[in-house]
Every structure is written in structure tokens, then in C-alpha cells.
Design a protein around this ligand. Structure first.
Ligand SMILES: Cc1cc2nc3c(=O)[nH]c(=O)nc-3n(C[C@H](O)[C@H](O)[C@H](O)COP(=O)(O)OP(=O)(O)OC[C@H]3O[C@@H](n4cnc5c(N)ncnc54)[C@H](O)[C@@H]3O)c2cc1C
Length: 472
């Protein structure tokens, strides 16, 4: 279907980006054959990795790829969890890492203009130095702006402030043809034709390559505080969340975390979680405009939680204590990663979480497989980790390859079936990539998939841009 990359094509690409920004050395390309999805079966070596430094270079690469019919896979920080940036048809991996300039912080409009290869870490730092605030907070800060827009990433703060889509005001995009288009701008609203801007957001690099973005910022919250609230059981913890919202309390973030993964992460990091009561925790982060308001808010949260069966309420109010808590929360994945097969990203209506988590527990018992589940309790996004292990009396017991292979698909199938029965979707924030595409027809009607394929065909009739992702 696709043309192989010849020496002549390598030379043409070298003319575009310079020899130092391109490699065909397989040792150097290994890192570009996978993302954070753990199973090696989806990895694939690219034929060439290219790192353009300017939009015009990206456009020239696409013109050549289009003419020669060579697949191109855009790649950001490769922190994706579903194989989105894996070059599944070979060809070129186009890494945005060299396009990492911060172009402007426009204080008057409260917007930042950046290249797609700026990492979240650098983005937060520069925005904070300017006294502003970027509310979405996807959990892995080595992700890049282009990648988080291409996946419409979410994160813990989505409950109060929404996902990446809510903050993208303008995009510069290189189309598969090599044309460069400007979508949106420093505008708060627009009803001018179809929103191609919103079509590109979440399109997982299949419709165009994002090279630049204009992003809405906000004033920083004056005061933040983290509450750690232990419960005897997960059901009570999760059931608290709709009650908080009914009381008109909207935290910055609400996460539920079982004690077992906290203990493993404490051990892994040699750090201490501030509370050892109970079997499960709610981690509630509050923001407020002054200390007085924060005091009232914290008291109201504590009251609702204690009414719903909380054992106590621990407060992390100093920046140091908050950092300790958030460090442990953000490193859970790292601590259990060695045995993770897949991180599911099911999203269901908020009120269904407790019932879904009960099913997760039943499936875990039925198959004898550890399914640690934690996530964004207030926005319905549940991350169940399918593990190649059992968990017994505080110990992780690895399963043999034959054993986990015989269980993996069945477990995933049962959990997706439950997700569907509750009106859910198979991805709340990570995207479909390669890993989830066989389940797309499970939750989307055929007419919808046909429309999506029609859109892909319109943008990319030769199917050269990130082929094999979302659907075949
Ligand atoms: C520990 C951990 C925690 C995480 N927490 C969260 C979380 O809280 N919320 C969340 O939403 N996700 C989370 N993720 C998943 C991941 O970080 C996000 O999906 C992130 O948005 C991916 O960005 P990236 O730059 O790494 O993209 P990649 O992994 O490089 O690519 C992802 C997709 O975007 C496309 N792409 C990348 N750059 C561009 C571009 N410039 N133009 C067009 N397409 C492009 C790729 O082709 C691919 O399809 C987490 C991952 C890990 C490992």
C-alpha cells in the first residue's frame, strides 16, 4: 500500500530539515517505536525519524510524503496510553520535539501562543511565572501541547475547569496535503462556519499536524488546599461525590484512591502519605479566592464527608504538605507499572461510578486478577488497571504469561460491556489509538463511524497521516 523510504527520499528529507534532524539508525529509533502502552505487540519501528524546527518544514515533509505515499506519524511526548504515536504502518515518525518555542504570553487577552513541542512542564512554569494559570492538568507533564490537544486530554481538574478543548482558541495545522491552515485565533467565541478547530482537537493526529496553538489562560486561584479523607470502603467514598456537588461544592479535583496502591507507592518513593486510616481515600483539592472562603469550603466538605461515613479529614494546607500528597498520587502509575497490561479510560455518568467499581471488583474476583481502580471521581472517568498479577495480603503475585493472556481480553470485554450498559464511552481522555479501535463499534453507531471515516477521507484521501489509528 505504501512506498518504502528510499535513499533518494532520505536525501530529499535531509534537504528540508538538515542531516542532524533526521535519523535512520535503528538503535536511535527504538524509542520512537512505542508509547507508554505497555504491551510490546503493538510496537513498530519507523523507517525514519524526523525532527522539523519550523512549520514550513513540516509542510514540505507532508508534501513529499503525499507525493510519494509515505505514512507519517506525528509524535509529541509519547506519554499516550493507547499506541497513538506508534508508526503502525512504518514510514516516518515526525517528532515535534524540536518545535518547542514559547512565542508569547499575551497578558491583555490572557492567552499563550506556543509551538506544539512545548512540554506541559515548561508550559506550566512559564504561565505561572507570568502570574497566570492553566487549569487542565493531565497527569504526565512530559506530554507536549500538540499531543494533549490531539488527544483532548483531561486530568484531575476537569471536574471544575473542563478539558483541553475548553482552552484551545487557535491552531496552526499542517494538512496531509502540506497546506498550512490557521483555525480560530485570540477569540473567545466564533460562529463562523463549521468548527474545524474543534474537529482537530481530539483527532489523534489523523487529520492534521498541529504546529502552533493559542491557549486561554486564567487568573491563578489565590488559595488551594488538599484534603485527604479516609473511608472504610470504596462505595462510601465514591457515593460522597454526588452529595458534594448537590451541596454546590465544586472542588478543583476529586480523586478516589484505594489504600493498597498508596502503600505500594509510599514504599516505591520512600515517602509517607499523611494518613493510615481506612481502606480507601478521597483526595479533594479545593481552590478559593481567600483564606476565609477556603475555611468555609473546607468545613462544608468535611461535614458532607463525615455524614457519608468518612473516618476523618486530614488537611494538607502548606505547599510542602500538598506537594508530598500530590507527588504520591501522581507516581502511583510509576510504582505499579511493571505489572500493568492496560490502563482503561472508561467514562460513565458520575452517578454510576460506585456501581461500575463494584462490577470491577466482581470481575477481579471471578478471574483472579488484580484490577486496581482509581481516578477522577467527580467527572466519571475511571482508570481501571488490568494487571498481569494477583494481589493477596498486600503482596503482588505475578501471573504467568499463559494465565494473563487467557484472562486479559475477557476482563476487558466484561468491563466494556458494563460501561456500555451505563451509557458510557471507552475513552474519557486517552483516545482510541490502536489499542481501543476494535471496541469503537461497541459504543458508536455504524452511521457515526461512517461519517468519521468520510471526514478522514476528505482530509487525507491517500491515508498517509497516522494510518491505522481510531479505525482501519
Ligand atoms: C503517568 C501518566 C498519567 C497520565 N495522566 C493523564 C491524565 O490525567 N489525563 C489525560 O488526558 N491523559 C493522561 N495520560 C495520557 C497522556 O499523557 C495523554 O494522552 C497526553 O495527552 C499525550 O500527549 P503526548 O504529547 O505524550 O502525545 P503522544 O503520546 O506523543 O501522542 C498522542 C497522540 O497525539 C498525536 N499527536 C502528538 N502530537 C501531535 C501534533 N503536534 N499534531 C497532531 N497530532 C499529534 C499522536 O499522533 C498520537 O495519536 C497519562 C499518561 C501517563 C503515562
Amino acid at each position: 500500500m505504501y512506498k518504502k523510504i528510499t535513499q533518494k527520499i532520505v536525501e530529499e528529507l535531509e534537504k528540508i530539515v538538515g542531516r542532524e534532524n533526521l535519523t535512520i539508525d535503528s538503535e536511535k529509533m527504538v524509542d520512537y517505536s512505542h508509547d507508554e502502552f505497555s504491551l510490546p505487540d503493538i510496537a513498530r519501528m519507523p523507517e525514519l525519524v524526523i525532527k522539523p524546527k519550523k512549520t514550513e518544514e513540516v509542510a514540505e515533509i507532508m508534501r513529499l510524503a503525499n507525493k510519494e505515499k509515505i505514512p507519517v506519524t506525528p509524535r509529541g511526548g509519547a506519554t499516550g496510553l493507547c499506541g497513538g504515536c506508534v508508526p503502525s504502518c512504518g514510514g516516518v515518525v515526525l517528532s515535534l520535539e524540536g518545535m518547542n518555542r514559547f512565542i508569547e504570553v499575551d497578558r491583555e487577552n490572557q492567552m499563550a501562543v506556543v509551538e506544539a513541542g512545548v512540554t506541559l512542564m515548561d508550559f506550566y512554569e512559564t504561565v505561572e511565572e507570568a502570574g497566570l494559570f492553566f487549569p487542565p492538568h493531565p497527569g504526565e507533564e512530559s506530554a507536549m501541547i500538540g499531543g494533549v490537544i490531539a488527544t483532548n486530554a483531561g486530568g484531575a481538574r476537569a471536574v471544575k475547569y473542563g478539558v483541553i478543548r475548553n482552552y484551545v482558541r487557535g491552531l496552526e495545522v499542517v494538512l496531509p496535503s502540506g497546506d498550512i491552515v490557521q483555525l480560530g485565533g485570540k477569540l473567545m467565541k466564533s460562529s463562523t462556519g463549521y468548527s474545524l478547530l474543534n474537529l482537530i482537537i481530539g483527532s489523534e493526529g489523523t487529520l492534521g499536524i498541529i504546529t502552533k496553538a493559542t491557549i486561554q489562560l486564567m487568573h491563578s486561584p489565590q488559595v488551594t488546599r488538599s484534603l485527604i479523607i479516609p473511608y472504610e470502603n470504596l462505595e462510601n467514598a465514591i457515593e460522597t461525590v454526588p452529595f458534594l456537588i448537590k451541596q454546590r461544592i465544586l472542588p478543583l479535583a476529586v480523586e478516589f484512591v484505594p489504600r493498597e496502591v498508596i502503600q505500594i507507592t509510599e514504599e516505591f518513593l520512600k515517602k509517607k502519605w499523611p494518613c493510615s486510616l481506612g481502606n480507601t481515600y478521597l483526595l479533594i483539592i479545593l481552590d478559593a479566592s481567600n483564606e476565609e472562603e477556603m475555611g468555609r469550603l473546607s468545613e462544608a466538605v468535611a461535614e458532607v464527608c463525615m455524614e457519608k461515613g468518612a473516618l476523618d479529614v486530614f488537611v494538607a494546607d502548606s505547599p510542602k504538605k500538598q506537594k508530598q500528597v500530590l507527588d504520591i498520587r501522581s507516581k502511583i502509575y510509576e510504582a505499579i507499572k511493571a505489572n500493568v497490561l492496560e490502563v482503561l479510560d472508561i467514562v460513565i455518568p458520575r452517578a454510576e461510578i460506585a456501581r461500575h467499581v463494584k462490577i470491577v471488583r466482581d470481575v477481579s474476583q471471578k478471574y483472579g486478577i488484580w484490577l486496581p481502580t482509581y481516578g477522577h471521581a467527580a467527572d466519571g472517568n475511571v482508570h481501571t488497571h488490568i494487571m498481569a498479577a494477583r494481589f493477596e495480603k498486600g503482596n503482588i503475585i505475578p501471573l504467568s504469561e499463559d494465565e494473563w493472556k487467557s484472562k486479559f481480553e475477557k476482563v476487558r470485554e466484561e468491563l466494556y460491556r458494563d460501561c456500555k450498559s451505563r451509557g458510557g464511552m471507552i475513552s474519557g481522555e486517552h483516545g482510541i489509538g490502536i489499542v481501543k479501535k476494535s471496541y469503537l463499534p461497541y459504543v458508536l453507531d455504524e452511521e457515526i463511524i461512517v461519517l468519521m471515516k468520510g471526514i478522514k477521507n476528505l482530509f487525507d484521501p491517500k491515508n498517509i497521516l497516522n494510518p491505522g489509528k481510531i479505525f482501519d
